[in-house]
Design a protein around this ligand. Structure first.
Ligand SMILES: [Ca+2]
Ligand SMILES: [Ca+2]
Length: 94
């Protein structure tokens, strides 16, 4: 019986943790949603990366393509795109 209670407690605990995690994920999602939506719009062939041609529909991105493409494979991954979005605020020259 004791073991059963322990099992229940463990299950409850796991659920609570998972719940917490999904809440945190949602918060993070909403703050990243704009760039994610934009990325999906730009990624016309849906291969989860932006080719130069796909990036061309966005002037700013197209102009900064080689800079945003941090691993220089000729494609922008979602991560590279999101990083560029985050650093794309008014840039002060250093
Ligand atoms: Ca693509
Ligand atoms: Ca890349």
């Amino acid at each position: 019986m004791k073991a059963l209670i322990a099992l229940f407690a463990a299950a409850l605990f796991t659920t609570a943790v998972a719940d917490d995690q999904s809440k945190r994920d949602k918060t993070r999602d909403s703050s990243m949603r704009t760039s994610e939506v934009k990325f999906k719009q730009l990624d016309r062939d849906g291969d989860n990366q932006l080719s130069k041609a796909e990036a061309q529909s966005e002037d700013v991105l197209s102009a900064r393509f080689s800079k945003v493409d941090s691993n220089s494979d000729g494609f922008l991954s979602k991560l590279e795109y999101e990083n560029s979005e985050n650093t794309d605020r008014p840039v002060t020259d250093r």
